[in-house]
Design a protein around this ligand. Structure first.
Ligand code: NDP
Ligand code: A1CAB
Length: 264
């Protein structure tokens, strides 16, 4: 099996590497980062070999994962461009960068995969959208891609036009959920619960509710109705949230994410 290379070992690079190490032997990996400090830290922790430069990293792998922030793309692509061949599988994590834009930059003969993971990948509970022109890839290559991203949670192939929606639904949304958990815990603290305990109760409620949606396959509205007793506590809370435009606030958040994807 050919090598899997990472350029960037921050939040997402480390999370994907951690998952993929369960699927592939250590010797299959090589990485590069900007600073020596990151290279040494990751090498000491994982035993994975690192490259001296981004170009060397690209030269030593077949699957190249670009785990850098979008603002560093130009710099990194300029450094690796002449090492990339049509045999490389180039995997971009950047929101908003289309396959066409990347091909325009790197050459039409280059094969690009767009993925949108999320930070729960760090604990094997990620959700990743994968998009590529499948006809450009062999079954073995598609299998390797699935294995890499399934190793850190769920992974699904989607049409590229849905990539910005994936950023809303699962890429950025963990931040919204953490804000919700924080707010729930504030509410419980206000009612007298110690803060540490409040985070556990709130987070477990969110985790349990999410698992109910996934495991029962029920419509979220039906599951909500099961919690609301007539003239009970929950419906009083639901009514208050609706007054403040709770759902609309979330829709507005998603709209802002979507707009930023287009702009970026
Ligand atoms: N964080 C998230 O929730 C998600 C992020 N993404 C996408 O994933 C990508 C990576 O994001 P994230 O992991 O959060 O970013 P981080 O800032 O956590 O990590 C970025 C990494 O890139 C390295 N880097 C920066 N410049 C260079 C360079 N010139 N050459 C080589 N390496 C470089 C940094 O090196 P060093 O450590 O040495 O500074 C660092 O290891 C982005 O495109 C982001 O949009 C996608 C989904 C979710
Ligand atoms: O905020 C960002 O741009 C990245 C993409 C999705 C999550 N984090």
């Amino acid at each position: 099996m050919a090598k899997i290379g990472f350029i960037g070992m921050g939040n997402m690079g480390k999370a994907i590497l951690q998952g993929a190490l369960k699927e592939f032997p250590k010797t299959d990996f090589v990485f590069c980062a900007k600073t020596e400090a990151t290279k040494l830290r990751v090498h000491e922790k994982t035993g994975i070999d690192y490259a001296d430069s981004n170009a060397e990293c690209a030269n030593r792998c077949k699957y190249l994962i670009l785990a850098i922030k979008p603002q560093f793309y130009e710099e990194v692509l300029n450094a690796v461009r002449y090492m990339l061949t049509p045999d490389h599988v180039i995997i971009s994590l950047a929101p908003g960068r289309t396959i066409d834009q990347l091909k325009l930059n790197l050459g039409n003969d280059k094969r690009i995969v767009r993925v949108m993971p999320n930070t729960p990948a760090m604990i094997g509970e990620g959700m990743t959208g994968i998009s590529c022109r499948k006809e450009e890839f062999t079954d073995e290559e598609l299998d390797v891609l699935t294995r890499i991203f399934s190793s850190c949670g769920k992974a699904e192939y989607i049409e590229e036009r849905l990539m910005d929606a994936v950023v809303c639904a699962s890429g950025s949304s963990p931040a919204f959920v953490y804000m919700f958990i924080e707010a729930l815990a504030d509410g419980a603290v206000r009612c007298g619960m110690p803060r540490k305990q409040a985070y556990i109760f709130a987070a477990q409620a969110v985790k349990g509710a999410a698992s109910m949606v996934l495991e029962t396959g029920e419509h979220p509205g039906v599951l909500k109705d099961q919690v609301c007793s007539p003239a009970g506590t929950t419906i009083a809370g639901v009514a208050a949230l609706e007054e403040t435009g709770f759902r609309n606030a979330v829709l507005k958040g998603c709209e802002a994410v979507y707009k930023k994807c287009i702009e970026i």
